[in-house]
Design a protein around this ligand. Sequence first.
Ligand code: DX5
Ligand code: ZN
Length: 232
Amino acid sequence: MTFRLAPSILSADFARLGDEVRAVIAAGADVIHFDVMDNHFVPNLTIGPMVCEALRPHSKRADGSKIPIDVHLMAKPVDRIVPDFAKAGADIISFHPEASDHVDRTLGLIREHGCKAGLVFNPATSLSYLDYVMDKVDLILIMSVNPGFGGQKFIPSAMTKLAAAKKRIAVEVARSGREIWLEVDGGVKTDNIADIARAGADTFVAGSAIFGRSDYLATINAMRSELAKVRA
Ligand code: DX5
Ligand code: ZN
């Protein structure tokens, strides 16, 4: 089992984003989670393709290997900005099905632009959106908070939803052999990450839990040692 830690830069120091990205990568981050909010789909406003492009050169390890930028679009509509993010160096682009009138088309658009495509599920959104598009999905993101803000409390029903998503992934992997990531976002902390992994998640977004503490290495190591218990 491969577990990936994806610090959300939403909780980073926005005046020093490049340094923050390099610091969490040095501390062992596997993915950089990039939250895009439009004050329309969600009641907050953050960063766009220009910031993604500015961070792209910073999103690599000391040996030069690339760390994926995982763009979580909380914006509506999405199709207009997908090519902008692809050009800005996004590796994964995820969107909420409620934010696209044509979910199948948007998934195709993301892939045509060379990125992995993800679908994001709000706490009250049904996984049935996956029924006819599993073959076009590279990542499923389960929201364990209502999107818009960092630092919220984990909503427990995300656990059963992760397990249900995991089952759908197993069916698709058996059919196609493709890899599909199961990501969780919201309220992930050192003290609940192992249980979340047991529910089926393999990729863990954590914003305030990592950037809210001064020692990123200590937090990431603590999360990894919790995850190691799941592996055992
Ligand atoms: C919430 C964002 C999250 C956020 C998570 O709308 O999608 O990525 O940064 O923050 P924490 O980990 O603090 O709940
Ligand atoms: Zn997010």
